[in-house]
Design a protein. Structure first.
Length: 346
């Protein structure tokens, strides 16, 4: 938490109780400042913990994500090589290697699909229906891709996908289609300045409840504030949501306090989030290119044209699967895949 916030939101719940015993508490406003601080500190602590190297090493989901991506890239690379080289397609060693990558990559994709289903349930229970539906379809097609890779390799028909190179681009396109729609919508709103973060930031109306209409308990205040932050996180990511939460809390409850430092933090996180959407759009565009060229290639009248489309498809497929691995590994909170950052447990 920044020094400005620490100065504003000092103290604790216990200190508030000591100053205002429950029987003599003049209003719930005595709880509000430490509650806001607790929600912010809790979220920042969870962000730090979930993105730490030690935590990620111990997280099985991370191994499934990275392992699945790497073996899928290897499988796609071998499939592309076999598509354009008939001599290599007859090599027993290459076919065996393709089978190994298919078996292991297929299992990883199946497990990744299961993890995605689990995260879909988490999002649904949290009330984030749109994210839950996106994760459900992503998990469905990831599992389908994994099963197909595994069975074709296990059954000794590992060349099936190489001889039908349109199948995997189609499945990856379907798996990414909800994400494509999500990112396209976000880019449209970024262009128009109408993202959720921009609208909340510019709003002149109170964002948080005043908690003055009745006597609220500490638990009720914490839950209300935490729910607001969780909803924001769903639409703009954890780091931007926290920065916006700080800014609006100071603006609403401490109108005389300078917000310059907090505003700069918000603008920095907003810029990072918007840049992440453009990066996601880039590799999703490659996925779309692989999908369309795989079908255009079938109707190409010349052998040269088909070879060119094969190259475009294979490079696009590889890049669209390789780039997310780098982003998910190096920038976990800017990733395209789901990374849950828990909120308050009240």
């Amino acid at each position: 938490m920044s020094s400005a916030i620490q100065n504003i939101y000092s103290g604790s719940i216990l200190e508030s109780r000591a100053i205002y015993p429950a029987a003599k508490l003049p209003s719930t406003q005595a709880y509000l400042r430490p509650c806001i601080a607790q929600v912010i500190l809790n979220k920042e602590k969870n962000i730090q913990e979930i993105t730490s190297f030690r935590s990620r090493i111990r997280n099985l989901d991370e191994w499934v994500l990275i392992g699945g991506g790497l073996f899928t890239v290897g499988y796609l690379a071998l499939t592309g090589i076999l598509t354009v080289s008939q001599s290599l397609a007859q090599s027993p060693q290459i076919r065996q290697l393709l089978g190994v990558f298919g078996l292991i990559g297929g299992l990883f994709n199946i497990f990744e699909g299961i993890v995605t289903f689990k995260n879909s349930v988490i999002e649904w229970n949290a009330g984030h229906k749109q994210s839950a539906i996106r994760l459900f379809f992503e998990g469905l097609f990831l599992t389908t891709i994994g099963v197909m890779m595994f069975l074709t390799s296990l059954g000794g028909t590992s060349l099936l996908l190489a001889h039908n190179p349109w199948i995997l681009p189609l499945l990856f396109f379907l798996a990414n289609f909800p994400t494509i729609c999500e990112v396209a919508t976000r880019l449209y709103r970024i262009h128009n300045g109408t993202t959720t973060a921009s609208q909340i930031f510019a709003s002149q109306f109170p964002i948080f409840p005043s908690f003055t209409d009745k006597q609220y308990s500490e638990k009720e205040i914490l839950k209300t504030l935490s729910d607001i932050l969780e909803d924001w996180q769903d639409s703009m990511g954890a780091q931007l949501a926290v920065a916006l939460f700080k800014y609006k809390a100071v603006e609403q409850f401490h109108p005389g306090i300078s917000t310059d430092k907090i505003r700069k933090e918000f603008e920095k996180r907003k810029k990072e989030w918007e840049e992440a959407q453009w990066i996601r759009a880039f590799y999703l565009t490659l996925c779309i290119a692989a999908f369309f060229t795989s079908f255009v290639r079938v109707s190409s009248p010349s052998q040269t044209g088909r070879l060119i489309f094969d190259d475009i498809r294979d490079i696009s497929m590889l890049s669209s699967n390789l780039l997310p691995i780098a982003i998910d590994t190096l920038l976990p909170l800017k990733r395209g895949t789901y990374l849950p950052v828990p909120g308050m447990i009240t």
